[in-house]
Design a protein around this ligand. Sequence first.
Ligand code: BGC
Length: 762
Amino acid sequence: MFENNLNSEALFDLYETGYDPEQAVTTGSNYMFGNGYMGYRGTHPDATKEHFAACIVSDTYDTADGKWNELCNVPNGLFISLSINNNQLSGFSEDLNHYKRQIKLDTATLCNEFENDQVKVQVERFASLDQLHLLAMKYVITPKNQGDANLVSGIDGDVWSINGEHFQEFRVSKEADALLMHTVTKELGTDIYVAECTLIDGVPGTADSLESNEKQAFRKLSIKLSEGEPLIIEKFVAIYSGNDTEDPKSAALQDLHEAIQQGYQSAHDRHSLKWSELWNSYDIQIQGNDRDQTLTRFNLYHNIIHTPTHALLPVGARGLSCQAYQGAAFWDQEIFNLPMYLYTNPAIAKNILMYRYQTLEGARGKARKLGYRGAFYAWISGKTGAELCPDFFFKDVISGRKIRNHFNCWQIHVSPDIAYTIWRYYEVTGDKQFLQQYGAEMMLDISLFLMSRSFYNVDKQRYEFIRLLGPDEYHENVDNNVFTNYQARYVIEKTLDVVGQLKAERPDHLQQVLEKLDVSEEVLSTFEDMVRKIYVKVPNNDGVIEQFDGYFDLEDVRPEILKGRLIDKSEYWGWPNGVAVHTQVLKQADLIQLFVLHDDFDQELLKTNFDYYEPRTEHGSSLSPAMYSIIASKIGYRDMAYKYFVKSCTVDLYNTNKAVSGGTFIGGIHTASCGAVWQMLVFGFAGFSEHHDTLYFKPSLPKDWHQIRFKLHHRLNFVHVTIDREQIVLESAPENKDALSIDIAGNTRTLEPGQRLTTVNH
Ligand code: BGC
């Protein structure tokens, strides 16, 4: 069904029937499974570092080469390889009668099948959602004749690592039936334990021999095969790092022991039950186009598996799919990953924002270092919130010289984007406790940063933000980017609202926070002044808003023309010398991004600006197409909205984005576009928005879709939304506490708990 031999049987799965080694990086990411604690790449069971096998574990940040602080790829405990009558057999073999690799999205289970004239092998693997440190595998060999099977099963510590070796030593021991590998990270000395057990027909396998070298520990097992009698091998692996617990060794052995007692099937059942609960919150059902249904679930699935929910840790821009982008959070986290949670499972949205609260010190440190007050959140934020983005992110592939990009010091919109999200969280959930206890401090500190970063233009009597990067990363060192200035003004205004709320409701707490942050009355009046006087550009005579000062003076070309100007196709297009720098070509949605975040712009303005910026946007970032899809839906460009929906949903499946840019590996799962699928469907096609406690719907479904159905949350009340061509049906859950105000096509109604409201879809 899909390009690259990707198909679906049940609309909850993807499979391929042929292996393409050229696509190994991409397919290993696409077929991966995970549980927010760890991500295991969807390769074959005998894959090694050459095949980009990886098990990326959250909270294992370490710097191997002095430059890139990233998550570790830990020793691979699920490694197993098979020979039949001394011939190696695996999914990589070329002479197979049958081959299938399938990811079952409903239970996050990877299935591999391969078969030759002698045996059929069926493998299942998953990372338990019930026990986050546990990996499990079932490996079934069905012989077609008698023969000898030789298995090598154990832990492979010789792993793929993109920026150097992270481990300084390996120690292997045998603990009862388990193999245990202990390694220690190079920079921080973090202990990592991987415990593994292999069971043959339910009992721990007795190895002919145990082989271990510096980084690997393998058992060799020889087994006689009888025709038609399946041999069942199960593997359990438990992983802990010293950041998870005081005694990671005991924890790993304990979990392994419990898994063995429990058995594979029961472990899988418990895991599957947890997954069905998740899908109950997050699924969006589409009728009328099976491919789009599968694409949607594929993206929702990835947004889920890469989100750590067990601790206050970032959602990485490439999640847990590999080490690219350092396993760290960007603005993507709040603006792309979080909205799905906010409207379906707000506890996760809160967790993400609490991570930002926990990392405030990192943001304060960054502001101080650059000479500002307040909280300047990191462009690339790991465990502590300290800036992880190196000064030299890309290199000029023609000269080989490093490029000094300014993502880490001029891209200031990340701070107001976080404050914006805090306010959105409050509006949708009504969670005053969070807002007052944590949000207020973050918002005040962010506003303080914005104040100290602003420039008061005395001649023009206005506050400006100069020398920055907006979302469009190709243009550095620009002034008055509309997105940034607008977000700053909005956030400072909302901060003053929070101050007002605290003054009335918790004056002592307000006093404490103001004192802690050294915010005086004078600062608060400057905030007020800023709300009145931050410069936000207005449309020109043609109704177009200029993205930043001087943008209209740049060469007006199209991305296709720029492609023709490249000397090397992996060249970086942006600062200082890239092909886009002196042109109006944008890397990604910028003003259009602002329109997604705020509903204050009229249709005419949206349309004029969409028409202007759309042909000039390269979509060089995977974040971009989804935003164009949402605005296209809002302005009635139905086909365009759908075109961008498909583009966004297939970024990973069709491997459409650059895996290497300016010499830096940026492959792996694009979690932002995965999160954005939810937004395209709900904000775009369903036309949902929420203001002042009223839920608005203005749907515009793609041509061949008959229906979409999803669940929404608003202030602890749940609503099932079903939209088809004829009608919009809203069902309020019987356990809801409040009546909800609903607006469809300008008609406002009240939806009582347990009530069903049917409206004509115009
Ligand atoms: C985009 C940024 C984004 C980052 C991580 C870059 O290519 O331009 O907006 O935050 O990737 O996804």
